[in-house]
Design a protein around this ligand. Structure first.
Ligand code: SAM
Length: 271
Protein backbone atom coordinates (compact mmCIF):
# COMPACT_ATOMS: atom_id res chain seq x y z
CA UNK A 1 0.00 0.00 0.00
CA UNK A 2 2.89 2.34 0.86
CA UNK A 3 4.15 2.12 -2.75
CA UNK A 4 0.81 3.46 -3.99
CA UNK A 5 0.82 6.30 -1.43
CA UNK A 6 4.46 7.20 -2.25
CA UNK A 7 3.67 7.46 -5.97
CA UNK A 8 0.58 9.53 -5.24
CA UNK A 9 2.53 11.88 -2.97
CA UNK A 10 5.15 12.48 -5.68
CA UNK A 11 2.38 13.15 -8.17
CA UNK A 12 0.65 15.61 -5.81
CA UNK A 13 3.92 17.34 -4.94
CA UNK A 14 4.44 18.03 -8.61
CA UNK A 15 0.85 19.12 -9.15
CA UNK A 16 1.19 21.46 -6.16
CA UNK A 17 3.95 23.30 -8.07
CA UNK A 18 1.75 23.58 -11.17
CA UNK A 19 -1.43 24.47 -9.30
CA UNK A 20 0.20 27.10 -7.08
CA UNK A 21 1.48 28.85 -10.22
CA UNK A 22 -1.81 28.23 -12.05
CA UNK A 23 -2.54 30.49 -14.98
CA UNK A 24 -5.76 28.78 -16.13
CA UNK A 25 -7.83 30.44 -13.41
CA UNK A 26 -9.18 27.14 -12.05
CA UNK A 27 -7.71 27.66 -8.61
CA UNK A 28 -8.97 31.27 -8.21
CA UNK A 29 -5.71 32.23 -6.50
CA UNK A 30 -6.07 36.01 -6.93
CA UNK A 31 -9.59 35.93 -5.51
CA UNK A 32 -8.48 34.09 -2.37
CA UNK A 33 -5.38 36.25 -1.89
CA UNK A 34 -7.69 39.28 -2.02
CA UNK A 35 -9.72 37.87 0.88
CA UNK A 36 -12.40 36.10 -1.18
CA UNK A 37 -13.50 32.50 -1.57
CA UNK A 38 -12.63 29.73 -4.01
CA UNK A 39 -15.66 27.62 -3.03
CA UNK A 40 -17.97 26.70 -5.89
CA UNK A 41 -21.69 27.43 -5.67
CA UNK A 42 -22.53 23.83 -4.64
CA UNK A 43 -20.31 23.61 -1.56
CA UNK A 44 -20.78 27.28 -0.65
CA UNK A 45 -24.52 26.63 -0.35
CA UNK A 46 -24.48 23.14 1.15
CA UNK A 47 -21.83 23.63 3.82
CA UNK A 48 -24.02 26.26 5.47
CA UNK A 49 -22.87 28.95 7.85
CA UNK A 50 -19.28 28.44 8.97
CA UNK A 51 -19.14 31.57 11.11
CA UNK A 52 -17.48 30.95 14.45
CA UNK A 53 -16.62 27.30 13.70
CA UNK A 54 -13.30 25.56 14.16
CA UNK A 55 -12.84 23.91 10.78
CA UNK A 56 -10.52 21.15 9.62
CA UNK A 57 -10.03 20.79 5.87
CA UNK A 58 -8.83 17.25 5.18
CA UNK A 59 -6.68 16.75 2.05
CA UNK A 60 -6.48 20.52 1.71
CA UNK A 61 -4.00 20.50 -1.21
CA UNK A 62 -2.62 24.06 -1.64
CA UNK A 63 -4.96 25.44 1.01
CA UNK A 64 -7.07 27.83 -1.04
CA UNK A 65 -10.40 26.44 0.19
CA UNK A 66 -8.96 26.36 3.73
CA UNK A 67 -8.22 30.08 3.55
CA UNK A 68 -11.61 30.68 1.92
CA UNK A 69 -13.38 29.07 4.90
CA UNK A 70 -11.57 31.50 7.18
CA UNK A 71 -12.58 34.37 4.89
CA UNK A 72 -16.18 33.12 5.18
CA UNK A 73 -16.05 33.59 8.95
CA UNK A 74 -14.65 30.39 10.48
CA UNK A 75 -13.13 30.98 13.91
CA UNK A 76 -10.10 28.90 12.98
CA UNK A 77 -9.03 26.79 10.03
CA UNK A 78 -6.61 23.88 9.83
CA UNK A 79 -5.64 22.23 6.56
CA UNK A 80 -4.10 18.75 6.47
CA UNK A 81 -2.40 17.08 3.51
CA UNK A 82 0.34 14.49 3.02
CA UNK A 83 2.09 16.40 0.22
CA UNK A 84 4.90 18.59 1.62
CA UNK A 85 4.88 20.88 -1.43
CA UNK A 86 1.13 21.36 -1.12
CA UNK A 87 1.54 22.33 2.53
CA UNK A 88 4.44 24.68 1.69
CA UNK A 89 2.32 26.39 -0.99
CA UNK A 90 -0.63 26.65 1.41
CA UNK A 91 1.56 28.34 4.03
CA UNK A 92 2.90 30.78 1.41
CA UNK A 93 -0.65 31.65 0.31
CA UNK A 94 -1.74 32.18 3.94
CA UNK A 95 1.14 34.58 4.44
CA UNK A 96 0.41 36.45 1.20
CA UNK A 97 -3.29 36.71 2.03
CA UNK A 98 -2.55 37.72 5.63
CA UNK A 99 -4.94 34.97 6.75
CA UNK A 100 -4.46 33.05 9.98
CA UNK A 101 -4.43 29.32 9.26
CA UNK A 102 -2.65 26.19 10.45
CA UNK A 103 -1.36 23.66 7.95
CA UNK A 104 -0.34 20.16 9.01
CA UNK A 105 1.59 17.68 6.87
CA UNK A 106 0.32 14.16 7.52
CA UNK A 107 -1.49 11.22 5.99
CA UNK A 108 -5.21 11.58 6.52
CA UNK A 109 -5.11 8.21 8.27
CA UNK A 110 -2.84 9.77 10.93
CA UNK A 111 -4.95 12.93 11.26
CA UNK A 112 -6.20 12.58 14.88
CA UNK A 113 -2.66 12.39 16.32
CA UNK A 114 -1.21 14.89 13.84
CA UNK A 115 -3.93 17.47 14.50
CA UNK A 116 -4.05 17.02 18.28
CA UNK A 117 -7.43 18.71 18.66
CA UNK A 118 -11.08 18.33 17.60
CA UNK A 119 -13.27 20.48 15.35
CA UNK A 120 -16.83 21.66 14.67
CA UNK A 121 -16.63 20.95 10.94
CA UNK A 122 -14.62 18.56 8.77
CA UNK A 123 -14.62 19.82 5.17
CA UNK A 124 -13.71 17.27 2.48
CA UNK A 125 -14.26 18.09 -1.17
CA UNK A 126 -13.59 17.37 -4.84
CA UNK A 127 -11.13 14.55 -5.22
CA UNK A 128 -10.23 13.35 -1.75
CA UNK A 129 -11.59 9.86 -1.00
CA UNK A 130 -10.60 8.46 -4.41
CA UNK A 131 -7.00 8.53 -3.09
CA UNK A 132 -7.91 6.33 -0.12
CA UNK A 133 -8.20 2.52 -0.19
CA UNK A 134 -9.96 2.12 3.18
CA UNK A 135 -13.09 4.22 3.69
CA UNK A 136 -13.96 2.58 7.01
CA UNK A 137 -10.68 3.81 8.48
CA UNK A 138 -11.18 7.25 6.88
CA UNK A 139 -14.67 7.64 8.39
CA UNK A 140 -13.31 6.68 11.83
CA UNK A 141 -10.68 9.40 11.44
CA UNK A 142 -13.39 11.91 10.57
CA UNK A 143 -15.44 10.90 13.62
CA UNK A 144 -12.37 11.15 15.82
CA UNK A 145 -11.44 14.69 14.72
CA UNK A 146 -15.00 15.95 15.30
CA UNK A 147 -16.39 17.17 18.61
CA UNK A 148 -19.81 15.92 19.74
CA UNK A 149 -22.25 17.86 17.55
CA UNK A 150 -19.53 18.45 14.96
CA UNK A 151 -20.33 17.70 11.35
CA UNK A 152 -18.79 16.33 8.18
CA UNK A 153 -19.36 17.98 4.81
CA UNK A 154 -18.27 15.74 1.90
CA UNK A 155 -18.55 16.61 -1.79
CA UNK A 156 -17.03 14.35 -4.40
CA UNK A 157 -17.05 13.39 -8.02
CA UNK A 158 -19.78 10.74 -8.25
CA UNK A 159 -18.46 7.16 -8.29
CA UNK A 160 -20.72 6.35 -11.26
CA UNK A 161 -19.17 9.26 -13.17
CA UNK A 162 -15.73 7.97 -12.21
CA UNK A 163 -16.57 4.63 -13.83
CA UNK A 164 -17.04 6.29 -17.21
CA UNK A 165 -15.08 7.20 -20.29
CA UNK A 166 -16.59 9.47 -22.95
CA UNK A 167 -16.71 8.00 -26.46
CA UNK A 168 -18.50 9.40 -29.52
CA UNK A 169 -20.64 11.78 -27.49
CA UNK A 170 -21.78 9.28 -24.86
CA UNK A 171 -20.74 7.71 -21.60
CA UNK A 172 -19.24 4.24 -21.74
CA UNK A 173 -18.78 2.32 -18.48
CA UNK A 174 -15.07 1.50 -18.39
CA UNK A 175 -14.20 0.71 -14.78
CA UNK A 176 -15.73 -1.57 -12.13
CA UNK A 177 -17.91 0.13 -9.55
CA UNK A 178 -15.69 -0.69 -6.56
CA UNK A 179 -11.89 -0.92 -6.57
CA UNK A 180 -10.23 -3.60 -4.40
CA UNK A 181 -7.85 -2.03 -1.87
CA UNK A 182 -4.88 -4.08 -3.07
CA UNK A 183 -5.56 -3.54 -6.77
CA UNK A 184 -6.09 0.19 -7.44
CA UNK A 185 -6.81 1.81 -10.77
CA UNK A 186 -3.57 2.89 -12.40
CA UNK A 187 -3.83 6.36 -13.91
CA UNK A 188 -1.06 7.75 -16.08
CA UNK A 189 -2.05 11.16 -17.33
CA UNK A 190 0.81 13.38 -18.52
CA UNK A 191 -1.04 16.59 -17.61
CA UNK A 192 -3.13 17.76 -14.67
CA UNK A 193 -6.87 18.49 -14.75
CA UNK A 194 -6.75 22.29 -14.83
CA UNK A 195 -6.03 22.60 -18.55
CA UNK A 196 -2.40 23.54 -17.85
CA UNK A 197 -0.25 22.21 -20.70
CA UNK A 198 2.89 21.71 -18.58
CA UNK A 199 3.67 18.00 -18.27
CA UNK A 200 4.16 15.91 -15.14
CA UNK A 201 7.28 13.80 -14.60
CA UNK A 202 5.57 11.77 -11.86
CA UNK A 203 2.43 11.16 -13.87
CA UNK A 204 1.49 7.71 -12.53
CA UNK A 205 -0.97 7.60 -9.66
CA UNK A 206 -3.29 5.09 -7.99
CA UNK A 207 -6.97 5.57 -7.23
CA UNK A 208 -9.88 3.73 -5.69
CA UNK A 209 -13.57 3.97 -6.64
CA UNK A 210 -16.03 3.78 -3.74
CA UNK A 211 -19.75 3.30 -4.46
CA UNK A 212 -22.18 5.64 -2.70
CA UNK A 213 -23.40 2.75 -0.53
CA UNK A 214 -19.86 2.15 0.73
CA UNK A 215 -19.38 5.86 1.53
CA UNK A 216 -22.65 6.12 3.44
CA UNK A 217 -22.12 2.81 5.27
CA UNK A 218 -18.62 3.89 6.36
CA UNK A 219 -19.93 7.20 7.69
CA UNK A 220 -22.78 5.47 9.60
CA UNK A 221 -20.50 2.73 10.96
CA UNK A 222 -18.21 5.44 12.35
CA UNK A 223 -21.13 6.64 14.46
CA UNK A 224 -22.16 9.71 12.46
CA UNK A 225 -25.82 10.50 11.70
CA UNK A 226 -26.63 11.18 8.05
CA UNK A 227 -28.18 14.64 7.59
CA UNK A 228 -28.46 14.72 3.78
CA UNK A 229 -27.32 12.92 0.66
CA UNK A 230 -27.47 14.79 -2.64
CA UNK A 231 -26.57 13.88 -6.20
CA UNK A 232 -25.62 16.64 -8.63
CA UNK A 233 -25.58 17.07 -12.40
CA UNK A 234 -22.62 19.46 -12.21
CA UNK A 235 -18.93 18.92 -11.59
CA UNK A 236 -16.07 21.28 -10.69
CA UNK A 237 -13.80 20.21 -13.54
CA UNK A 238 -14.13 19.32 -17.20
CA UNK A 239 -13.90 15.54 -16.70
CA UNK A 240 -14.92 14.76 -20.29
CA UNK A 241 -13.92 16.77 -23.36
CA UNK A 242 -17.45 17.71 -24.51
CA UNK A 243 -18.61 19.01 -21.12
CA UNK A 244 -20.07 22.52 -21.13
CA UNK A 245 -19.64 25.20 -18.48
CA UNK A 246 -22.99 25.76 -16.76
CA UNK A 247 -21.90 27.99 -13.87
CA UNK A 248 -18.69 29.52 -12.56
CA UNK A 249 -16.20 26.64 -12.90
CA UNK A 250 -19.03 24.10 -12.94
CA UNK A 251 -19.45 21.70 -15.85
CA UNK A 252 -22.21 19.44 -17.13
CA UNK A 253 -22.85 17.07 -20.03
CA UNK A 254 -23.83 18.66 -23.37
CA UNK A 255 -27.53 19.02 -24.16
CA UNK A 256 -29.04 15.83 -25.56
CA UNK A 257 -26.52 13.50 -23.91
CA UNK A 258 -27.76 10.84 -21.48
CA UNK A 259 -27.29 12.21 -17.97
CA UNK A 260 -25.65 10.45 -15.06
CA UNK A 261 -24.94 11.80 -11.57
CA UNK A 262 -21.72 13.81 -11.77
CA UNK A 263 -21.17 14.62 -8.10
CA UNK A 264 -22.40 13.44 -4.70
CA UNK A 265 -22.45 15.26 -1.40
CA UNK A 266 -23.40 14.38 2.13
CA UNK A 267 -23.68 16.01 5.49
CA UNK A 268 -23.32 13.98 8.70
CA UNK A 269 -23.22 14.86 12.38
CA UNK A 270 -21.44 13.31 15.35
CA UNK A 271 -23.96 12.67 18.11
C1 SAM B 1 -7.73 16.87 -5.61
S1 SAM B 1 -6.80 17.36 -4.20
C2 SAM B 1 -8.07 17.87 -3.13
C3 SAM B 1 -8.54 19.20 -3.55
C4 SAM B 1 -9.04 20.01 -2.40
N1 SAM B 1 -10.44 19.82 -2.27
C5 SAM B 1 -8.71 21.47 -2.53
O1 SAM B 1 -9.24 22.21 -1.74
O2 SAM B 1 -7.91 21.86 -3.39
C6 SAM B 1 -6.34 15.84 -3.43
C7 SAM B 1 -5.37 16.06 -2.27
O3 SAM B 1 -5.37 14.87 -1.48
C8 SAM B 1 -4.06 14.72 -0.97
N2 SAM B 1 -3.90 13.33 -0.55
C9 SAM B 1 -3.96 12.21 -1.32
N3 SAM B 1 -3.82 11.12 -0.55
C10 SAM B 1 -3.65 11.55 0.73
C11 SAM B 1 -3.45 10.89 1.98
N4 SAM B 1 -3.39 9.56 2.06
N5 SAM B 1 -3.35 11.66 3.10
C12 SAM B 1 -3.41 13.01 3.03
N6 SAM B 1 -3.58 13.69 1.87
C13 SAM B 1 -3.72 12.97 0.73
C14 SAM B 1 -3.15 15.14 -2.11
O4 SAM B 1 -1.87 15.49 -1.67
C15 SAM B 1 -3.93 16.32 -2.68
O5 SAM B 1 -3.46 17.53 -2.17
Amino acid sequence: MQTFFDANRLNWDERAELHSTDTTGSYRIAKVLAGGSSLHAIEAEEVGDVAGLDVVHLQCHIGLDTLSLKHLGAASVTGLDFSPRSIAAARRFAEQAGTEARFVEASVYDAPAALGQTYDLAFVTWGAINWLPDLGAWAKVVAEVLRPGGRLYLLEGHPVMNQMEWEDGRFVAAYDRATPAADPLVVDNPVTYTGDSRTLRNSRNYEWLHPVGEIVSAVLAAGLRLDFLHEHDKLAWRAFPDMVEVGEDLFSVPEGAVTIPLAVSLGATKA
